[in-house]
Design a protein around this ligand. Structure first.
Ligand SMILES: Cc1cc2nc3c(=O)[nH]c(=O)nc-3n(C[C@H](O)[C@H](O)[C@H](O)COP(=O)(O)OP(=O)(O)OC[C@H]3O[C@@H](n4cnc5c(N)ncnc54)[C@H](O)[C@@H]3O)c2cc1C
Length: 479
């Protein structure tokens, strides 16, 4: 079958899936007035494959069959493969105004994490199943997402802990039969699940022997019987109070996915009870997914630097020393993210036959982005001034009795019109909104998760540095 077009992708979503949005069951997500907006974002991945310029980045030749496949579904073997995907994510997110299209990237992170785990585990059934599934994804060019985060219940308790209010907070196996496994539980915040073809499910934490039923990984079509999705509400169109803007709104929604006794056929089961390997899977997923997250935050960070520079100029304060300081900090923020993200690809490591980005550099990049994000927003809000909250709306601006007064009084730098200043303020309000603050902090894992990984991965670095100074100090061996 090979690569599909954006239109074929959209048509594939009309498959009877059970998706709810703002209290209604949605007949067809691709034609719904709100949900079609993120569907169009996901479709960018397919449009790139059709575009003569972007195709070189989005599509590659399968070395085995010679067929064109999405670059995302190729198993990375070296730094070049990782860098190519990095560039692909940056380009696609630039086209999506700082969002990631999502059709293949997060699913590919889950795919690779499953293959790494199968290889480390050495289970030939799992190895064959994931390799066959990779081929199917390449052949059918399916859009996939990754369901990792369980609803979890009490975070301080293990999945099987009798202290939990019930045993279903983490997706788990409730029955095995000749056809496959029956799973129950719920995942939450799953981006793009409402408009992908297949959903990957992998554990979100380490498991103990008592938790072995929760050590489960699989992939299922989004329209499988028993899967119900509830999408979070989002702003899909620029409202009449904002200055008109012909660019399409770019946004995604995230689903609470309920698995109400869902049958997963054996050929799509990739982990089932091997509790020691739940950690291997989620750890490697997080690593690759943080690399993905950092790459797609580069275009977003460029927007943040851009609005800061623009509003400083529009307010006539560009040459003030404290403004230069803030702009310098923002450039350092952006360039550090870019450098660390690329370094992670160059300095890759091999895991279970797959090239993965450097664990310390990747987690540092994601931590740097998330930890400093609120300071970046603070700097932009500071440079913008109170207008970001109190600016008159476009509707006010249009009133004949107000228009000339607003033009007269809301100019700061006389070279920039009040309308342009207000347009920039609208954009600042959109790209620094509270919802994005949470996405930037928690997307790809909370900051503490990144710090814990850095510490764990840095044990060898700490040991080597300690040995270095012990040698310098000629420390005597302790008895
Ligand atoms: C917009 C958005 C999109 C997302 N997309 C996806 C997606 O596509 N797929 C996916 O699988 N996930 C997705 N996520 C989930 C994301 O990875 C999680 O939000 C993140 O891992 C934090 O988990 P949580 O939201 O359950 O918060 P919690 O885990 O409840 O964290 C809240 C706080 O509790 C602390 N905490 C949690 N557990 C413990 C503990 N045991 N001991 C001490 N402190 C603890 C944390 O450090 C944090 O400070 C998305 C999240 C967002 C916001």
């Amino acid at each position: 079958m090979g690569l599909i077009t954006a239109e074929e992708y959209k048509a594939s979503l009309n498959d009877g899936r059970e998706v709810y949005y703002k209290g209604e069951r949605i007949e067809n997500v691709a034609t719904h007035p709100d949900l079609s907006v993120p569907v169009n974002v996901m479709a960018i991945d397919y449009e790139m494959a059709e575009d003569p310029q972007d195709r070189k980045l989005a599509v590659m030749e399968d070395p085995e069959t010679g067929e064109p496949i999405s670059r995302y579904y190729y198993k990375p073997q070296n730094a070049e493969d990782l860098l190519n995907v990095h560039e692909l994510i940056v380009r696609s997110s630039t086209l999506a105004d700082g969002y990631i299209p999502l059709a293949h990237d997060i699913g590919a992170d889950a795919l690779n994490a499953i293959e790494i785990t199968a290889n480390i585990l050495g289970n030939q059934d799992y190895i064959d199943r994931i390799q066959n599934y990779r081929k199917l994804l390449q052949e059918k060019d399916l859009a996939t997402c990754a369901g990792v985060t369980d609803v979890k219940g009490n975070r301080m308790l293990r999945p099987s802990d009798p202290g939990q209010a019930h045993p279903d907070f983490y997706v788990h196996v409730v029955e095995k039969n000749t056809k496959g496994i029956i799973v129950r539980g719920a995942k939450m915040h799953i981006t793009g699940a409402a408009y992908c073809n297949d959903i990957f499910v992998i554990p979100c934490r380490t498991m103990s022997e008592e938790d072995k039923d929760y050590a489960v990984a699989f992939a299922v079509p989004a329209n499988t019987k028993g899967i119900k999705q509830v999408c979070r509400p989002f702003t899909s169109h620029i409202g009449p109070l904002e200055f008109p803007n012909k660019r399409p709104v770019r946004v995604h929604t995230d689903s609470l996915i309920i698995f109400d006794d869902v049958l997963v056929p054996w050929e799509r089961v990739f982990l089932c009870g091997e509790w020691k390997y739940a950690a291997t899977m989620v750890y490697n997923f997080a690593l690759m997914h943080r690399r993905t997250g950092c790459a797609y935050r580069i275009p977003l960070s460029e927007q943040l630097v851009g609005v800061a520079a623009a509003i400083a100029e529009y307010n006539g304060i560009s040459s003030a020393p404290h403004v230069r300081e803030k702009l310098t900090d923002l450039v350092i923020y952006l360039e550090t993210l870019k450098s660390l993200s690329k370094t992670a690809c160059y300095d890759y490591v091999m895991r279970g036959g797959v090239a993965v980005p450097n664990p310390i550099a990747t987690n540092m990049a994601k931590y740097h982005f998330a930890h400093n994000y609120h300071d970046v927003v603070k700097a932009i809000q500071d440079l913008t001034g109170g207008l970001v909250v109190t600016a008159p709306t476009y509707k006010d601006y249009q009133l004949p009795q107000l228009h000339d007064f607003i033009d007269k009084y809301l100019i700061a730098n006389k070279k920039v019109s009040a309308e342009n200043r207000l347009r920039m303020v609208d954009l600042i309000r959109r790209i620094t909104r509270a919802e994005l603050e949470t996405i930037c902090l928690h997307g790809e894992g909370s900051p503490m998760a990144e710090r814990m990984t850095i510490f764990m991965e840095a044990r060898e670095v700490l040991k080597q540095c300690k040995e270095l100074v012990e040698e310098m100090a000629q420390v005597k061996k302790e008895k």
